[in-house]
Design a protein around this ligand. Structure first.
Ligand code: UD1
Length: 419
């Protein structure tokens, strides 16, 4: 078991570089299944979820090799169509392999992803769309058995909610289906556009991505390509929150400003000076933080649910009352009790959290309960007086590459301790 030990209230200064996005790297690795031959993914983050995706590719018969920042996937040996239960359990988002495996092999068997730390994780929209496109799907004993018979065909799919995972699975299944698929009310997250651009570089014909309706014209086959994973917008939000809670001045590099347009104004409302330029963003939080207007998590281009917890950590020290409404997941305030242990004044009920800013946070032993909630505890620890010890950091390692090294490089005192 490992822990992070943080000596708080150190000023941060200098430059932090954002790594590749987990939520883009995972669907891109799944998409490699569709590309014949070799694909090279650059800027591929070194995260436990990415390693799990590589293990899935190996289980399917692909060669998957890391070379520094790159992951090289060769699908020539791809023969297996089942994903072992332990890998499905390790990473629930591995459901995105379903559309890709079906598109390439016409069959797929994997276990039902079930619930997760954020609450129930249904996949009803994924299944309904794939069935409409011609897949026969049997759900038995926790397993999904899928077969496309004579192949998938293009369809008009209307999603009842712009689900990121469902949009990705439908795109993956549709790129080699017969005819054209249209997804209405598609998710517009930047990771969807990254997936579409990657697939187009492999020979797919996808348009409308980043908008409400995505059009996918099926092609015969895809080939490999070289592609760089987009920067992680949630890591950027985490670094901004760390700058704010510590009253520091830092520059964050490798940021795509169009991806964080809903996040930056929150820091401006807190009283921080935020200057975006080129692929960087400078934050100066030398003035005391102020409470902000209600933050409501929404599908993109709204405020992202994944940034809710880290921004809340900064708000714990913002003078006045801030309100956060979580509209995407049912159980996404589990970090609140841990922040309260550190002296934060937060009341959460249902989907609303009311944060009354306090002058000081105090270091305490706390437990990460999920990926972004865990990162929020590290952010709070950086801004707290004394020592914070965060346990269960396996969650944090799913989405942050060496978080202790990143914060230490700008003057934070964060150490990883092996018990
Ligand atoms: C992805 C992200 C996750 C982010 C989320 C919302 C990845 C690997 N994960 O998750 O970090 O928090 O988007 O931006 O990219 N839903 C259904 N039925 C379905 C599918 C979804 O009811 O078939 C519900 C979910 O329970 C949830 C909401 O829709 O309440 C949003 O889920 P979705 O957009 O699908 O998120 P994920 O793709 O799982």
């Amino acid at each position: 078991m490992q822990r992070l030990v943080i000596e708080g209230e150190k000023k941060l200064s200098g430059e932090l570089c954002v790594h590749g996005a987990k939520n883009s790297a995972l669907p891109l690795l799944a998409a490699c299944v569709l590309a014949r031959g070799e694909t090279v993914l650059g800027n591929c983050p070194k995260l436990s979820d990415v390693y799990a995706a590589c293990r899935i590719l190996s289980c399917l018969g692909c060669k998957c090799v890391r070379e520094g920042e790159k992951v090289v996937v060769n699908t020539d040996g791809l023969t297996h169509f089942d994903v072992p239960d332990e890998l499905m359990r390790e990473m629930r988002s591995s459901i995105v392999f379903l559309g890709a495996i079906l598109g390439r092999l016409g069959k797929c068997r994997l276990s039902f992803p079930g619930g997760c730390e954020l609450g129930p994780r249904p996949i009803d929209m994924h299944i309904a769309a794939l069935r409409k496109m011609g897949a026969a799907i049997k759900e038995e004993h926790g397993t999904l058995d899928c077969d496309v018979g004579n192949g998938l065909h293009g369809e008009k799919i209307v999603l009842s909610f712009p689900s990121v995972g469902a949009t990705e699975n439908i795109i993956l299944a549709a790129v080699t289906a017969k005819g054209t698929t249209v997804i209405h009310n598609a998710a517009r997250e930047p990771e969807i556009s990254d997936l579409a651009r990657f697939l187009n570089s492999c020979g797919a014909r996808i348009s409308g991505y980043g908008e409400n309706s995505v059009y996918i014209e099926g092609v015969e086959r895809l080939g490999g390509c070289e592609y760089d994973v987009m920067p992680d917008r949630i890591v950027a939000a985490t670094y901004l929150s760390a700058g704010a809670v510590t009253g520091s001045e830092i520059t964050i590099k490798n940021v795509r400003l169009s991806d964080i347009e809903a996040i930056v104004p929150v820091f401006e409302q807190m009283g921080c000076i935020v200057c975006p330029y080129s692929d960087r963003i400078y934050i100066n939080a030398k003035k005391p933080l102020k409470a902000v207007r209600t933050i409501r998590t929404m599908p993109f281009p709204g405020f992202p649910t994944d940034a809710q917890a880290v921004v809340m950590s900064a708000l714990t020290k913002a003078k006045g009352t801030s309100i956060v409404v979580e509209n995407i997941f049912q159980n996404r305030f589990r970090h609140v009790d841990e922040l309260v242990r550190m002296g934060a004044d937060i009341k959460a009920e249902g989907k609303v959290a009311v944060i009354d800013g306090v002058r000081r946070l105090y270091g305490a032993p706390v437990r990460a309960t999920d990926l972004r909630g865990g990162a929020a505890l590290v952010v709070a620890g950086l801004g707290a007086e004394g020592t914070t010890e965060v346990c269960d950091i396996k969650y944090i390692d799913r989405g942050y590459e060496n978080i202790e090294k990143a914060f230490s490089s700008v003057g934070g005192a964060v150490k990883r301790i092996q018990e």
